[in-house]
Design a protein around this ligand. Structure first.
Ligand SMILES: Nc1ncnc2c1ncn2[C@@H]1O[C@H](COP(=O)(O)OP(=O)(O)OP(=O)(O)O)[C@@H](O)[C@H]1O
Ligand SMILES: [Mg+2]
Length: 464
């Protein structure tokens, strides 16, 4: 019985990928290059999610295109008032985006007619993604990169099936929906393995299994922490050498119109990153991986983006050891590790997402390094743990930050660096509050300085 269940999911998954591929053709046929922006009939750009990655995209509509007077009006949705992108958007709605009816009604309020010029960027996964994608598939809303994209990218099973269809390298994996199945797979792979719910982010519900004892707890743990379809997990071989001998890459590629009006895929230089825990911690450009590894990273990312198609950025997470590359996850949108592009590329990931998804060309210059001779490192500025208060504990109001002290510190130290303060109104333990950046010819020095600036800035945010 177990076998037929598994085969059923496999068949279902493959059918879904096929459907996505067919839909891509018709979706792309309806897209056209943007010729003119005019304030009398503005283009509507909707960011569903208004965090720092929404801010980067929405603010590009002002910085580069002049906002509503330039012919593009921006709308941001988020669950809370005071999100980073709210004050740069022309309109804002705060509501529970997990509620599909509310979400659909708000989309229709700003884009009543899906044939009007518009683009929708899903900044986060904690929304009713299914409903958003349905709006694209059934009614022609331009959910970028394609309405199927987010559904594939948020589902580890579909993502892995896609890797296998494309024959891009990945770690051995298997699908399971019971404790027994996990144990059988682990026996086959050998320990350690890592068990991940089909749908999660930031490591929720994920466990690294090194012993038989851990193995017994893995399934229950995944069920308790998973979002959405909680009874299905992916078991992967755990790459023990990754932290010691390897490194992590986010390989960006962008689908955009060229000057002939064709949609093409352009490849960005890889972003390298390290994470001591489950979430984003520091990233940099240029990467230090071998030429061969870069080629492999880019080749995989390009294939993936071309399978899903549409317009916009794709961020492919990859593990690299020597010349070996393993594809891990895909996001069809900007990525937190890519925030460093604000300082390392001529156009940052927000601008690239904006330009490509509205139908403009992204030029080779846009995606070229802006400071090719130094390493640029971004390091997260986090809220403290508030003296041991548990994760998800009480929120604290943010009363302000000592901006002058931070600037003075960088000047006094003689650091070439920068700080991006997000301006979030409240904080919970370890919430991302900003980003510190440093440049140096030596990577280790740039990493050290970025970390030092980040830690200094962390002490300069005032909480209630
Ligand atoms: N099979 C593996 N072998 C070694 N390390 C792994 C493996 N899978 C995941 N990791 C480590 O855990 C991190 C998070 O894994 P993954 O990206 O799959 O989960 P996630 O919950 O989606 O995280 P995020 O939302 O932050 O991307 C990876 O970046 C990597 O450092
Ligand atoms: Mg990941």
């Amino acid at each position: 019985m177990e076998g037929s269940g598994l085969k059923g999911h496999l068949r279902e998954g493959l059918r879904f990928l096929e459907e996505a591929r067919e839909f891509k053709e018709s979706f792309e046929a309806r897209l056209s290059p943007l010729r003119e922006l005019s304030p009398s009939k503005p283009f509507t750009y909707l960011s569903v999610g208004g965090g720092e990655l929404g801010d980067l995209v929405v603010s590009a509509a002002k910085r580069l295109l002049g906002g509503p007077k330039g012919g593009i009006r921006t709308v941001v949705f988020d669950r809370y008032d005071g999100c980073p992108a709210q004050d740069v958007a022309d309109s804002f709605e705060g509501f529970d985006m997990m509620k599909g009816d509310l979400l659909e009604a708000r989309v229709r309020k700003y884009i009543p007619n899906p044939s009007e010029s518009h683009a929708i960027y899903l900044e986060i996964e904690k929304i009713d993604t299914r409903r958003m994608c349905e709006l694209g598939i059934r009614y022609g809303y331009r959910v970028m990169s394609t309405p199927y994209g987010p559904l594939i990218c948020m589902d580890r099973h579909l993502t892995k099936l896609m890797f296998d269809e494309l024959k891009v390298p990945r770690l051995e994996w298997a699908y399971a929906e019971s404790q027994r199945e996990i144990e059988l797979i682990a026996e086959g792979f050998g320990l350690p393995v890592i068990v991940k719910p089909i749908m999660t982010s930031s490591g929720h519900g994920t466990s690294i299994v090194r012993t038989q004892e851990d193995l017994k707890k893995a399934y229950r743990y995944a069920l308790e922490h998973a979002r959405g379809i909680g009874d299905r997990v992916i078991v992967e071989r755990f790459l023990e050498d990754l932290k010691t001998k390897g490194t992590e890459i986010t390989q960006f590629v962008v689908r955009h119109f060229d000057d002939e009006g064709e949609i093409i895929t352009s490849v960005l230089p890889p972003v390298e990153h390290r994470r001591p825990g489950a979430t984003y911690h520091e990233s940099w450009m240029p990467s230090t991986i071998s030429r061969k590894a870069i080629e492999r990273c880019q080749e995989s990312a390009k294939k993936i983006a071309e399978l899903i198609g549409g317009l916009g950025l794709y961020a492919v997470e990859q593990f690299v050891i020597g010349d070996e590359v393993y594809n891990n996850e895909v996001a069809n949108r900007p990525h937190d590790t890519g925030m460093v592009t604000r300082w390392t590329l001529n156009a940052d990931e927000g601008a690239i997402q904006l330009l490509s998804t509205i139908g403009l060309q992204v030029t080779p210059f846009d995606i070229s390094p802006s400071r090719p001779n130094v390493f640029g490192v971004a390091h997260v500025i986090l809220a403290p743990d508030f003296e041991g208060e548990s994760e998800g504990g009480a929120e604290r109001a943010v009363l302000g930050w000592m901006a002058k002290d931070v600037k003075d510190f960088m000047a006094r130290k003689g650091y070439s660096g920068d700080v991006w303060y997000f301006g979030k109104p409240t904080a919970y333990p370890h919430r991302r509050m900003g980003l510190a950046v440093a440049f140096h010819e030596k990577l280790e020095e740039a990493r050290r300085e970025a970390e030092e600036i980040a830690h200094y800035a962390e002490g300069k945010i005032i909480y209630s």
